[in-house]
Design a protein around this ligand. Structure first.
Ligand SMILES: [Zn+2]
Length: 469
């Protein structure tokens, strides 16, 4: 029902032009998080984008409200709210490598370029135009849709935490800030911070320092260690062997009293560690095989290599490997820092729905204890987020997607990352990236296809018509 009317609406040249202009207005505001200022909890940029978003909503005839400068709200009508559509107006920094000005939305050959065209200003506009279509076409709805425009998704989602600490959840929520068809499962997290302490030592050969990694959710692309009491020749064969197996590249330099070994791997997102080469793990493979003196740092290096062998992306050696229909547990040994008096490390693990304290955290704690490793923090597991695949929301959204795209029998997907709705009961991610399209999110030359945005708006309009009938 109403599909033909909605399709015809989004084929209109004026609607297409208005949609592109609206995306352009939002992209034109640089909304990267900065220090808070009065009336701007996430800095002046996100606040300015919030103002522009609210202005747009008001001009389009919606009742719009600035919710304490944290989020902006636009309501379809004054009836009881059935659906929250949750998008965001903040963006990540532009970085380098752009072919056009990142804060000027440029249209070329049906493609929009600019920071935020896909993440998430374009999708916010698609949702807003879906609401406008419902109203302009006079499609009867008995419930309200509230568009919530956040301003802090990229830096910790304090915006919606603030809002939902004061306002009720809607019976249904989706965020157009990820992928079609529907993401209904987001794995949980477990990222303990651990290590050991010891008195400084003088024996050699020993590893006196090691560093690697810079962020918990990134496969470490580089690691480096200082080994005292050895010469470069002692490492040559070991490094060559590990290079061949791992794809990592080692550089060994002689320094006073020993060597410095540098390992170059390849970064990747921790939710998809298969794409990376973990430099910490590759370097540990080399260090653990050296004829080191019997001392605490040797014990630590060998324990770490044993618990986190190169290529083990699933926590097998640690004993926490498991999987279910939401996928495999994945593990990224993200950061390590070893000094004369001890070491600290951190791993990022994305855990499936079946993981719990007993089969994950406690198993890890026991394995660490056997090796004299202590957990300093991050003991708590963040549970997975799941909305049943046969829930009315998921089924309806999949049907709308299928009706508009012609894709038969689309299936909901599980991801290792977290979306804007991770902490929202019953919330799912719905669009706006179509399978096979790379929006270059968070990179230079971020792009959105106008056709895809219009198609998203058609899907959202149909979803509103059906969910709020
Ligand atoms: Zn986003």
């Amino acid at each position: 029902m109403y599909k033909e009317q909605i399709d015809a609406y989004f084929e209109r040249a004026d609607v297409r032009a208005d949609l592109i202009a609206a995306v352009g207005r939002l992209v034109g505001v640089k909304s990267v998080r900065e220090e808070p200022a009065p009336g701007a909890p996430f800095g002046p940029g996100p606040r300015a984008a919030l103002d522009e978003g609210l202005k747009l909503c008001t001009e389009m005839g919606f009742a719009a409200k600035d919710y304490d400068h944290y989020v902006g709200l636009a309501d379809l009508n004054d009836k009881e709210t059935q659906l929250h559509i949750l998008g965001h107006l903040d963006v990540v920094g532009e970085g380098t490598g752009w072919n056009t000005d990142p804060y000027t939305c440029v249209e070329k050959d049906g493609m929009l370029y600019g920071r935020g065209v896909s993440d998430d200003k374009g999708p916010v506009v698609a949702a807003l135009f879906a609401m406008k279509a419902i109203r302009d076409l006079g499609i009867p709805v008995s419930k309200n849709v509230r568009l919530i425009m956040g301003t802090d998704e990229e830096s910790g989602s304090q915006d919606i935490a603030y809002y939902y600490a004061r306002e009720p959840y809607a019976p249904m929520t989706f965020t157009p800030d990820a992928d079609f068809p529907v993401i209904n499962v987001e794995k949980g997290h477990y990222h303990p911070n651990f290590g050991a302490k010891w008195a400084s030592e003088t024996v050699t050969p020993r590893v006196s320092a090691m560093t690697g990694g810079f962020r918990v959710n990134v496969v470490p692309p580089e690691a480096e260690a200082t080994v005292l009491g050895v010469a470069p020749a002692d490492l040559a064969n070991l490094c060559a062997g590990v290079e061949e197996r791992s794809g990592a590249k080692f550089t060994v330099n002689e320094i006073e009293g020993g060597v410095k070994v540098h390992c170059l791997g390849k970064n990747a997102h921790a939710a998809m560690p298969e794409g990376g080469i973990n430099a910490i793990q590759a370097l540990l493979e080399v260090l653990a095989r050296l004829p080191l003196a019997d001392c605490p740092s040797t014990k630590a290096v060998r324990a770490m290599a044993g618990l986190f062998p190169f290529g083990d992306l699933y926590g097998r050696a640690l004993g926490i490997a498991q999987s279910d229909k939401s996928g495999d547990l994945t593990l990224n040994l993200a950061i390590i820092k070893l000094e004369e008096n001890g070491f600290q490390a951190l791993f990022d693990s994305r855990v499936p729905v079946c993981a719990n304290r007993e089969n994950c955290a406690q198993v890890c704690e026991a394995a660490f204890e056997k090796c004299g490793i202590e957990i300093f923090g991050g003991k708590e597991m963040m549970p997975a987020h799941e909305v049943e695949a046969d829930s009315p929301l998921v089924k309806t959204l999949l049907k709308c997607y299928s009706d508009v795209t012609g894709v038969a029998d689309p299936q909901p997907i599980a991801i290792g990352g977290g979306t804007y709705v991770h902490d929202i009961p019953g919330g799912v991610a719905f669009g706006c990236d179509f399978p096979g399209f790379d929006p270059k999110m968070h990179s230079a030359n971020e792009q959105a296809s106008v056709e895809n945005l219009l198609k998203s708006a058609r899907i959202f309009a149909l979803a509103i018509a059906r969910l709020c009938a």
